[in-house]
Design a protein around this ligand. Structure first.
Ligand SMILES: Cc1cc2nc3c(=O)[nH]c(=O)nc-3n(C[C@H](O)[C@H](O)[C@H](O)COP(=O)(O)O)c2cc1C
Length: 194
């Protein structure tokens, strides 16, 4: 039976992807859709997903990730980019999201709660935390489709920002390397349940 727990058990950090096995467009669409549907605080969805497949650009991305094999061998990379400046409580972005989130009701209570939480110096980390939810959704959807993935947080932020031409006011939160895993999953290591 294809339970969700099967996909959770299938997913593992794949460090080497099989050559010549691209991620199909329809699979990628489902994976991105899973990311879109991830929860986010205040419904702010403070992310953008940047997809790169087999371009010369991926070489610069791999360098920014210290040439980790998962990145150099993956046919597709998804960068989850955190929207930071857009989260200013007075921004047009926040206004539009809160209008949607309020579903026709008054937005004032949402603004009050958000203004009491918002701190300019911690908002980038907060946004990156939200991005990790989208990443988890995408990796589980990938596992459900039989695709391998590896979350990559080990990167030089400045180099990755340049490689992806990320504008100021945004920052890369996480990269997902995607493809058919070249090797079987290693034994899962986890703390005992207690
Ligand atoms: C936020 C985050 C960043 C990670 N960064 C890297 C990375 O840069 N390189 C890598 O090989 N694995 C990375 N991983 C994968 C972890 O090493 C892996 O999930 C962990 O060892 C557990 O193994 P499993 O995912 O196979 O169960 C990262 C995982 C997370 C959640």
């Amino acid at each position: 039976m294809h339970t969700l727990l099967n996909a959770i058990q299938q997913r593992h950090a794949c460090r080497e992807f099989a050559a010549g096995r691209p991620v199909l467009d329809e699979e990628l669409a489902l994976i991105l859709q899973a990311g879109r549907l991830a929860p986010s605080a205040f419904g702010l969805e403070p992310w953008r997903f940047v997809v790169r497949s087999g371009t010369t650009e991926t070489e610069a991305i791999a360098h920014a990730c210290f040439d980790q094999p998962a990145v150099t061998t993956a046919p597709t990379l998804i960068a989850i980019v955190a929207l930071v400046d857009a989260l200013d409580p007075d921004s047009e972005y926040v206004r539009a999201r809160f209008e949607a989130e309020a579903r026709g009701e008054d937005t004032a209570p949402i603004y009050d709660a958000y203004r009491s939480l918002y701190h300019a110096d911690t908002i980038a980390a907060w946004a990156q935390g939200q991005c990790h939810f989208a990443a988890a959704h995408m990796m589980l959807q990938a596992a459900h489709l039989g695709q391998g993935s590896c979350p990559i947080g080990g990167f030089d932020t400045d180099a990755l920002t340049t490689a992806l031409a990320i504008p100021s006011g945004e920052t890369p939160a996480l990269l997902i390397a995607l493809g058919h895993c070249a090797k079987d999953a290693p034994e899962r290591l986890r703390k005992p349940p207690d």
